[in-house]
Design a protein around this ligand. Sequence first.
Ligand SMILES: [Zn+2]
Length: 338
Amino acid sequence: MTTVYTFVPSPNHAYPDHPERPARLDVLEPRLNTFNTTLLDSKPASREQIGLVHDPKLVSTLETVCREQAPGIIDYAPTYITKTSFDDALLAAGGVMTCSRAVINGDAKNAFAIVRPPGHHAEPDQAMGFCIFNNVAVGARDAIESGMERVMVIDYDAHHGNGTQAAFLNDDRVAFLSAHQYQRGFYPGTGGLDDAPHAKKRIVNVPLPAYAGDTVYEQVADRIFKPFVESFKPQILFISVGFDAHWNDPITSLGLSSQGYFTLAEKVVSLAEEYCDGKIVFVLEGGYDPMNVANGAEKTFDALTNSKSRNDAGDLSPHKEPDCESRIEEIRKWHGFS
Ligand SMILES: [Zn+2]
């Protein structure tokens, strides 16, 4: 069984001097054919499929605004739109469903949807945070429509996946975990331990201090991801992966290296093998340095295809990591993971 991927670079979804730009994928693109994987053609999501997550009024407003008023800025992040953004966003969400359906149908072992615009900040009733539609949430709901009873999304982009959390806040069929940088003034400001006290063990937030890196993330995977998967028992795992938790990302200050991304991917792939019959779909979120995106995606493919991590990128963080022992224990205790 093969590893498949979709590639939706959206070259016309671009805005002057914006970090979420087509060039994010420029280093990765020529490497894509060096992995032992198969490219699938993405089909655009339908308005009805987007409507599994988003208010139909938002969908029609965004269509009108893109077609008639673009280019422009639609929220303070800033989130921009161009004339093509509505169609680009439909194709990005469709790129995720193409991957997850192939995995659910058994046509592929696992998958990686490399799409933009990203999605995890987009809430059911608003586009925000460089995101138009919540690609991973549409994929997760579509998986439920396809007959899955328990779906999990783990998000290790540097930022809190507020949109995905909002989509599934009251949906017992979907579990969500976000590990992210969390401090005053850091976008989007949500994602504290106690965001969803009604949904312990199902909505899990792992707020991390600046410079948390390879060691901290490995502890988080072993001591939080693992018991979370064990307790919810998902049938498919979606991973919102953002390469902006790399230590030299231009807009964040976490501490992962490319090798740290490999370790994380390997751990979630092995959890999927143990609990989800191997069903795992990675979805690209952020990551604003093109070299980090290429190296991180390469490491993710290495884990998906069960390859050894190739070519150590030699990019360990120069910063000392904070001790997150007590933070991790606090989170475990809050959710009763022990
Ligand atoms: Zn991010």
